[in-house]
Design a protein around this ligand. Structure first.
Ligand SMILES: C[C@@H](NC(=O)[C@@H](C)NC(=O)CCCC[C@H](NC(=O)C[NH3+])C(=O)[O-])C(=O)O
Length: 343
């Protein structure tokens, strides 16, 4: 794990208090952690620490929705209005548009977090309804015609959460538990919204202010009500590797629904990054990997696996609003999947 450790050490030099990477490769586990999980207590980062996974939540939400598709309870190409009449002004937006970030719905976090620390402090203890979050987006007007372009928006996966709750009649937390967490025995994975604490042994998260030279803000406790089914999940590296391996290994979805998720199109101009349904594909130098990234105040996450789910890598750094650290942390994928530490 020397190459991975070097990458994590660089992330710490660039401002992350700590970082960790766990590799699960054909049943063999490798892990490394550097720096501190709690700077005030001086506790070192531990490989088993839980942390907020941000948008990796979007893949959990997609799996629940795709199970409902398999059960014939949701049609991917039906208008959202079939389930949530009147919610969206444009009746042409379909469920698939949401999952592909092609709905044209404005991302309300653009306004909410325009100023990083004030924006965070204003919402960290707030509890929003999903409707309130969608209303903020709709008030802003559409960013494109439905289906026209990939435009990342948290709003899409809040609407996905609303569809899950409407169709099942249950809170999303219950559907995550029944359909994913319990079947895979993910003991370190929790959806505690609107609770603010990270249960069990966890990394504390540290938000970097916009103003240079200002001290990091401990952002560990928050409701993440601004994120919910788009970003409020808590997990750890072992559970994330178990989740991505199970998903790509066909344990959570039938081949037809998994194939739908894997139907990717470019998500940027590099020619190496793609988005399917609630799932990213990164083309590394030696292999294509599938999973998701996450950014929530105080935490960056990468959780990816190979097409057959046999080799998985999860990395976390306990800082955010630091693009350099985020890019560096992403380098653990290349090091672990393709480098000398090849998973
Ligand atoms: C992109 C990422 N998205 C997510 O994980 C979702 C849940 N997070 C966000 O949209 C970022 C919210 C602001 C974070 C804050 N930034 C600011 O406040 C910037 N002013 C921070 O960095 O902590 C993903 O899919 O990988």
């Amino acid at each position: 794990m020397r190459a991975v450790q070097e990458v994590l050490r660089q992330a710490v030099e660039q401002g992350a208090p700590g970082g960790l990477t766990r590799v699960d490769s054909d049943g063999v586990v490798y892990g490394t952690a550097v720096g501190l999980g709690d700077t005030a207590a001086g506790e070192r980062m531990r490989i088993g620490n839980r942390f907020r996974v941000g948008s990796v939540t979007k893949t959990f939400s997609t799996v629940v929705l795709m199970q409902l598709v398999a059960e014939g309870r949701v049609d991917l190409d039906a208008p959202v209005g079939d389930h949530l009449p009147g919610l969206l002004p444009d009746g042409r937006v379909t469920v698939r548009h949401l999952l592909r970030h092609r709905s044209g719905l404005w991302d309300y976090t653009n306004d909410m977090f325009a100023r990083t620390v004030p924006g965070f402090e204003a919402v960290r203890d707030e509890v929003f309804t999903m409707e309130e979050l969608v209303k903020r987006s709709v008030a802003h007007g559409p960013t494109a015609e439905p289906g026209a372009a990939y435009q990342y928006s948290n709003t899409n996966f809040v609407v996905v959460g609303m569809i899950i709750e409407k169709v099942t009649g249950n809170p999303a937390a219950e559907e995550y538990r029944k359909r994913i967490i319990e079947p895979l025995d993910l003991r370190h994975t929790h959806y505690v919204h609107p609770g603010t604490t990270v249960p069990g042994r966890h990394s504390r998260g540290y938000l970097r202010p916009d103003e240079a030279g200002q001290p990091l803000v401990d952002s560990t406790e928050q409701t993440v009500s601004w994120g919910q089914t788009a970003g409020a999940m808590i997990s750890n590296a072992a559970d994330l590797n178990r989740f991505t391996s199970a998903l790509l290994g066909g344990e959570l979805l039938a081949p037809e629904q998994l194939a739908e998720m894997l139907a990717t199109t470019p998500s940027d101009s590099t020619g190496k990054r793609f988005y399917g349904l609630g799932l990213r594909r990164y083309d590394l130098s030696c292999v294509s990997v599938y999973g998701h990234t996450g950014t929530v105040q105080g935490y960056y996450t990468y959780a990816f696996t190979t097409r057959d789910g046999s080799r998985s890598v999860a990395s976390s750094a306990n800082t955010s609003n630091n693009g350099t650290v985020n890019t560096t942390l992403g380098g653990t994928l290349e090091a672990a999947f393709c480098g000398t530490d090849r998973a």
